[in-house]
Design a protein around this ligand. Structure first.
Ligand code: CTP
Length: 414
């Protein structure tokens, strides 16, 4: 795992309580640290039965706290007033996993160990990830305690359904690290520069059916669009809709709409951008589709030696969006991409005008290290005033963050 901008230098207090799932917290603490966060771990007595402070110390490179009364030694608390020191400057108090016992303590304000005292003293947002076996999660008492915590502004990472350590199956499993990190980045980013904005993003190459088994498509992987969706969540967008043809993972906090053809994508984009603040069309939409889709599989014995396909034009989604926007004012802002193999800038400029865009991200698809399928890209961002922002070769993640920051600045400045 590499650095994650939204987590860099963030101070996360990770409370680990006594569930078998606390083995997953070791990986979580490690990945958060690798992402650039400062992770201070508090273990309860129950957690120490499963995992040791040394393990967490090794992966975070920081002292691990277990004892409310300890005031000397390397792992003593950061100030002489124990419960103030840890939570004081935290960006987040994450209790992962949270047992039924700790949830009850938090719900009723008990303060009998370092974690529960820190939870009372800290003014940082608190997120809980309940994990418990044998249907305990559904018990009305547990549900009541969780509801109490949520009413007071606590945040929940819902447990998943699956097999428990006991062999029973039900709801109560702690999600895996990528999901946990997805929730954490959404919470940390929630007051970001896109807070209160609805963002719609398209991703991947469309597939135009020839018959029930064959289609025409292109080399787009969807990586840039999915990275943009994550960057929009990190920037605090209130709603992120990702209209995608790709089976890449969908970031936590993103609502995916799966489509196949340019026509499906057109309907989904027009529908979801009708009240959106920002639309980013990162998809490689087919310009042509088979004129007649065969109802049954085309059999080779029924055709001549060669098969000739007649292709017709698809709708230009951005041109349709432009018409919708002229009528309703929505989406408030539109960003397009331009995949060019020659005369990149002049073609891109013409596209910016023709498609009624506010920003256009142009890339040269002939470069090996940029464009389709690879993890990196090299783009130029053009605006309607003739400004050009040339970004050096970077990961699609970094490029997405730059695009989102630029769009957010423009939306904010309207
Ligand atoms: N696009 C679209 N509808 C299409 C084709 C493309 O909305 N039918 C969008 C893409 O998502 C992208 C932008 O238009 O944001 C430019 O796509 P690109 O493939 O570079 O351009 P085309 O419009 O297809 O023009 P050309 O093939 O002539 O380069």
């Amino acid at each position: 795992m590499t650095h994650i901008s939204i987590l860099k230098d963030k101070h996360i207090v990770l409370g680990v309580t006594g569930s078998i799932a606390c083995y997953k917290s070791i990986d979580l603490a490690s990945k958060l640290t690798q992402a650039g966060a400062l992770v201070d771990v508090i273990l309860t007595d129950g957690a120490e039965k499963f995992v040791t402070p040394l393990t967490f110390q090794a992966v975070t490179g920081r002292p691990v706290y277990t004892d409310m009364w300890k005031t000397d030694g390397a792992d003593s608390l950061p100030t002489h007033i124990a419960h103030v020191g840890l939570g004081e400057d935290a960006d987040l108090l994450a209790i992962i996993p949270a047992t039924a016992n700790t949830l009850a303590k938090l719900a009723y304000g008990l303060a009998d160990n370092l974690l529960s005292v820190t939870a009372l003293a800290s003014r940082a947002p608190i997120v809980i990830a309940p994990a418990m076996d044998a249907g305990m999660y559904q018990h009305p008492t547990v549900q009541g305690n969780i509801a109490r915590l949520l009413e007071r502004g606590g945040l929940l990472i819902p447990p998943e359904e699956g097999r428990f350590a006991s062999g029973l199956v039900g709801v109560g499993r702690l999600p895996e690290t990528p999901t946990l990190i997805g929730h954490i980045r959404r919470i940390i980013g929630r007051d970001g520069e896109l807070a209160s904005q609805k963002v719609v993003i398209s991703a991947g190459g469309t597939r135009e059916a020839i018959d029930p088994v064959r289609f025409i498509s292109n080399r787009s992987s969807g990586k840039q669009g999915h990275a943009l969706a994550q960057a929009a969540v990190d920037a605090g967008a209130r709603e992120v809709v990702l209209v995608t043809t790709s089976d890449l993972p969908v970031p936590v906090g993103v609502h995916p709409i799966y489509v196949e053809s340019a026509q499906d994508m057109l309907h989904a984009i027009l529908h979801h951008s009708a009240d959106a603040d920002l639309l980013i069309m990162a998809a490689a939409v087919a310009d042509f589709k088979p004129q007649n889709r065969a109802e049954q599989k085309i059999k080779k014995e029924n055709t001549d030696k060669n098969l000739t396909l007649e292709l017709g034009r698809t709708a230009d989604i951005l041109v349709e969006v432009k018409a919708q926007r002229e009528q309703s004012g929505y989406p408030r802002m539109v960003v397009g991409f331009a995949a060019e193999s020659e005369n990149v800038l002049s073609n891109a400029r013409a596209k910016l005008i023709r498609k009624g865009l506010d920003l256009l991200v142009a890339n040269d698809i002939t470069a090996d290290d940029a464009g389709f399928s690879v993890d990196t890209n090299r783009v130029v961002i053009l605006d309607t005033d003739g400004n050009m922002d040339e970004l050096a070769l970077s990961s699609k993640v970094i490029i997405s963050e730059r695009i989102i920051a630029r769009a957010a600045m423009m939306l904010g400045g309207e």
